[in-house]
Each structure stands twice: as C-alpha cells, then as structure tokens.
Design a protein. Structure first.
Length: 331
C-alpha cells in the first residue's frame, strides 16, 4: 500500500507543481487588475513573512548566523522578490499576457548561463551557445505578434526588468554560496522584500485593497499557495527526483499558463507564442545539459586531484619504522 501511495504521489506532485507555478501568473494578473498591483504585492509579502516566521519559530528551525549572511539574504530577497515581482505585477496590470510573461521569465537560465562566463570564469560549449541563441530567438518569436498588434512596449520592458531581477538574484545567490535553513532563509528574504515593497506601494496606488473576491482571493492565494506552497513543493521534488528532473518541470509552465489564460483570463494565444515556447525550451535544455556535463567533468577532475594528493609517499612512510628498528637492534 505504501508503494502505491508513493507511486501516486510521484505522479501527482509534478502535475500539482506545474499548475501551482502557472497559477502565480494567472492569479497575479487577476489581482493586478482588481486593485493596486504593488499594494497586492506588499500585502502578499506581509502575510507570507508572518506565516513563515511563525513556522520557523514553532519548529525551532536554525536561523542564519552572522550579520553578513543576513545582509546577503536581504539583498537576494530584494532582487528575487521585490525587483522581479514588482515589475511583473505592474506589467500584468498593464495588460501583458500571463503566458507571455512566464515565457520571458523562463529565459532566466539563459541569462544566468551567459553571465556566468565573465563573472565566474565558466566556459560554455558550442551547444550551450547555440542554446542561448535559440532561447533568445524563441522569446523574440513570441513577441512579434503582440508588438506588431500594438502591444505596450513599457509593459514588456517591465517584464524584461523582472527577468533582470530574477537573474541577478540567482547569480548573487550562486556567488554568495550560502548554506542556510530553507524556512528561515526564505523568511529573511521575505522580510527584505516586505520592507522595500511597502514604500513603493505607498508611492504607487497605496496599500488599500478593495474588499472584493478577485482582490482578496488573489492575495490569499499568492501569499500562501505561491509564496510558500510552490517553493515547498519544489524542495520536495528536488529530494524525490533530483535537480535536473525537478527544474525541467519549469519548461511546462509557459505553455500551461498560456493555455489556462484562454478560459480564465480570456487572453488569446497566437501561433507565434507556442512556436517561441518550443524554440526557447529547446535552447534552455541545451544550456542546462551542457552545464550539468561541465559540472560532472569538474567534479571528476577534483576527485582525481584529491585522490592523488591523498596518496602517501611510498618510500618515506615505510622507511621510518624500519630505520628505527635497525637502530634499536644495533644498540
């Protein structure tokens, strides 16, 4: 019975994860039209921070040590949460389609892969450079129809800024190399996002949300299901399926978001969007596969180097006790 439950969970969790991750764009679009976008985001961070802080204290989870670790976590939270979602919500409020915004943000691995070359001295194989080109081409293909039809350039510029925040936060996290508890580390990041988003919300639309089902329902869903549930599911999937298999599920988010946007948001989907999604997905796969191969090769080289340095000197290690015994015998 236990094996059957685990098998069913193994099949259901990926489906639930993709649906929840996609819902962030759909529900975010509903909330951004129901009230002030930044006010919605600020309240989302307040609720998510309060819930996670309570869970961290109740479970006595270990908190980060040292002021530098806290500063790193706050900076990462501002980039990943404030910059990414503030600009994304503003763009959704301006009418940028949810599926297209999710496609643009799904290009984050491409940006991170390209930036890692000058920042971390990483080398990209020919297939990875091809993947970067394909990924950018896919985003361009998806945008052609919308921009030709008079899409708002400011909205797409905001999504590009959201992508920049997403990528910058990811690179910062990689450079910092922090090893902290998932719950308390996310709590600190949400605190940084909360204290920086509230002033922005007060300057742009205020914090007052209308007491309507779309506004309040969006807030509750985004604060609990998306801010906490989606990342918890991702952590569970990483443990069950491994990093590559788990993160590959994110490739399904743009098409699922675009398809669900038709009945939920009434947003039409043209051929260019799906064509661009297919091209971008192929590019991301090439970049990530090449990155995993490079990591495996570096790990093998480091293991071989450690094995060589760990080998004892054959003659000296054996000669010492022999000489000692010979001297004792002569005495």
């Amino acid at each position: 019975m236990t094996a059957k439950i685990r098998s069913a969970a193994g099949l259901a969790l990926p489906v639930v994860f993709v649906l929840i991750w996609s819902s962030g764009y759909l529900v975010g679009s509903i909330g951004a039209h129901a009230g002030p976008p930044l006010g919605l985001l600020a309240w989302r961070f307040v609720i998510a921070f309060a819930v996670l802080a309570t869970i961290s204290l109740a479970t006595r989870a270990p908190w980060p040590s040292g002021p530098r670790t806290y500063l790193h976590l706050l900076a990462i939270g501002i980039l990943l949460q404030t910059v990414q979602f503030a600009t994304l919500y503003l763009a959704l409020g301006m009418g940028v389609p949810a599926g297209l915004s999710s496609l643009i943000l799904s290009a984050c691995p491409l940006v991170v892969g390209a930036a890692a070359v000058p920042l971390f001295g990483e080398k990209l194989a020919g297939a990875q450079w091809l993947g970067l080109a394909l990924g950018l081409a896919g985003v361009g293909i998806s945008l052609t129809e919308k921009l030709a039809g008079g899409g708002k350039l400011a909205g797409y510029a905001l999504v590009a800024l959201a992508l920049a925040g997403f990528a910058a936060g990811t690179l910062y996290q990689k450079a910092a190399g922090l090893k902290v508890d998932l719950c308390t580390g996310t709590t600190v990041q949400l605190f940084g996002a909360m204290v920086t988003t509230i002033p922005l919300a007060l300057l742009h639309g205020g914090m007052h949300l209308p007491l309507t089902a779309p506004a309040l329902g969006s807030l509750i869903w985004l604060a609990t299901v998306n801010s906490i549930g989606s990342f918890t599911l991702l952590f569970v999937l990483l443990r069950m399926r491994g990093g590559g298999a788990a993160t590959s599920l994110l490739y399904l988010v743009p098409p699922v978001t675009a398809l669900l946007g038709v009945p939920i948001l009434g947003q039409g989907v043209g051929w260019s969007v799906f064509a661009g999604m297919a091209v971008s997905a192929a590019g991301v796969v090439l970049v990530l596969r090449g990155g995993r191969r490079a990591q495996e090769e570096r790990a093998d080289e480091e293991s071989a180097a450690e094995a060589r340095t760990a080998e004892p000197a054959p003659s000296r290690a054996r000669d010492v006790p022999v000489r000692h015994y010979a001297r004792s015998a002569n005495r």
